[in-house]
Design a protein around this ligand. Sequence first.
Ligand code: UDP
Ligand code: MG
Length: 324
Amino acid sequence: MRLSVLIPIFNELELLPELFDRLDSVLEKLEFEYEIICVDDGSNDNSLKFLLEQANRDPRIKVVSFSRNFGKEAALTAAMDYASGDAVIPLDADLQHPPELISRLVEEWQQGHDVVHARRASRAGENAVKRLSAVCFYKIFNLLSETKLPQGAGDFCLLSRRAADVVRQLPERDRFMKGLFAWPGFNSTMVEYESVKRTAGSSRFSFWTLWNFAISGVTSFSSIPIRVGTYIGLLISFVSILYGLYIVLRTVIHGIDVPGYASLMAVILFLGGVQLFFLGILGEYLGRIFKEVKGRPCYVVAQATGFDEDIENSDDPLGAQAKE
Ligand code: UDP
Ligand code: MG
C-alpha cells in the first residue's frame, strides 16, 4: 500500500524546510510506502529550486512544475493526475493543514473509509468578516447543491484510489476541488483539527478572489440560482395581473387619475434591477459553458522530476492530463 501526499506550492520558500521536516517525521512513522508530489504553481521565489533539491535527496519526492501560475485548483488537479498511490492526501504547503493529522486520516482509511475529510474545529485566528463569510458560504452552498460540503471542510482530506479515480475522471475544466472531493460519495467520514495561523507569508487569496471563487463553486454545483429567476418572474407577473385589474377597475369606477410618478418609477427601477440581476446569473452560467466548450487544458507542465522515465522524457507539456 502506498500513500501519495499532494502539495500545491506557490511562493512558499520560507515554509518549505519545516514542511518537509514535519512530513518526513510523520510519514516515516507510518508503515506505508509513500510519495510526495509537489506541484510548483509558477512560483517566482526559489521554491522550485528548493523542491528539486529535495527530489534529488529523496526519490520519494516528486516535482511537477507549471509553465506559469495556473491557480491552486489546477495544481491539485495536476497532483492527482500524477499520483499513483492507493490513497491520495491533498495538503496545503503553508502548514495550515498540520501534517501530523495524516496519521489519523490514514487510520480512518484503513477502517474502510474512502473519503476522509479534515475539518477545522474552529476558525480562531481569522478575522470576523472571513469567518462569517465562510459560514454563509457553506450554508448557501449546501442549500443549493446536491453535493454537501461539511461545514469547515477545506481541501485537506484523504481519498482512496477509487474515489480519486472518480474525481480524476470528472471532465470539467473549472475545478472546484473541495466540491469535487465530496462528489464521489462512497463511505466518507470526518476528523477534526484545530486551525493554525499561517506562520509566514499571507494567504494567496484576497477577499475578491475568494468571492469569485465562491460564485464559481456554487455555479459549478447548482443550477438553482437560474430557477430562482423563474419563480421570481412568476410571482411578479401574478402580482402585476392583480394590480392591473385593480387599476382598471379603479379607473372605471373613479375616472382617470393622473398622478402616479412615484409608483411608476419604483416599479420600473425594481424590475430593471431584478432583470439585470438574473441576466447576470445567466451570464455566469454562460461564461462557464464557454470555458468548458473551449476545452483548454487545466495546466501546462514545464518539467516533471522524479517520475518514471517515460513521464519525465515525454515532451508533452499537457502532461498526465492528456494521457487518458
Ligand atoms: N497556492 C497555489 N497556487 C495559487 C495560490 C495558492 O498553489 O495560485 C497554494 C499555496 O502555496 C498553498 C495553498 O495553495 O500551499 C493554500 O494557499 P493559501 O494558504 O494562500 O490559502 P488559504 O489558506 O488562505 O486558503
Ligand atoms: Mg493557508
